[in-house]
Design a protein around this ligand. Structure first.
Ligand SMILES: [Zn+2]
Length: 174
């Protein structure tokens, strides 16, 4: 498994006003986050990060395009979701690391670097719909039949319980 060091941007040593970093996010990238929240199991994403050096901060404009693979909430098979999203982030130097909010990060000035792997991942997570279900008729047929033998109302209820699929799994074990 590759490490995430290629996602380090050495802000402190950036001299030019704008610098662009390009990444291709594939299986090795997603493997790092497989156990984190967000359900993304894989994908292929072209990411570009444009770093603008401002007077007292850096503005990072992130563009992500491609697809991610997630589990269908209904049949638990994998499905691909198209992604085309943009996001921005302000990074400032300070005494210690502080994830102020979605849009502002303070990083220790003496280190002067940011690893943006996590932010790229988070952007992807935020851009996938809360509920992801195959288009009608495209779910795993076998699972679809099993589901029909159970009361489906908790699965059909939109957004009430994001992890309703675990209840489904529990039922299958019995
Ligand atoms: Zn499905």
């Amino acid at each position: 498994m590759s490490d995430l060091s290629s996602y380090i941007i050495p802000l402190k040593s950036i001299i030019s006003y704008t610098t662009k970093y390009d990444y291709e996010l594939g299986e090795p990238f997603f493997l790092h986050f497989v156990s984190s929240e967000g359900d993304i199991q894989g994908g292929a994403i072209v990411a570009s990060v444009l770093v603008k050096k401002l007077t007292h901060s850096f503005e990072l404009s992130i563009e992500l395009k491609g697809f991610v693979s997630v589990m269908c909430d209904r049949c638990l098979d994998m499905m691909d979701i198209d992604i085309e999203t943009e996001s921005s982030l302000i990074v400032k130097f300070g005494d210690e690391y502080n994830d102020v909010d979605d849009k502002l990060i303070i990083i220790p000035e003496k280190e002067g670097i940011i690893n943006i792997a996590w932010y790229l991942y988070e952007c992807l997570v935020l851009s996938i719909p809360i509920q992801h279900i195959h288009p009608k008729g495209k779910c795993n047929k076998e699972m679809e039949q099993k589901l029909q033998t159970y009361s489906t109302d908790r699965i059909e209820k939109p957004n009430e319980d994001r992890d309703s699929r675990w209840d489904v799994l529990k039922d299958f074990k019995q």
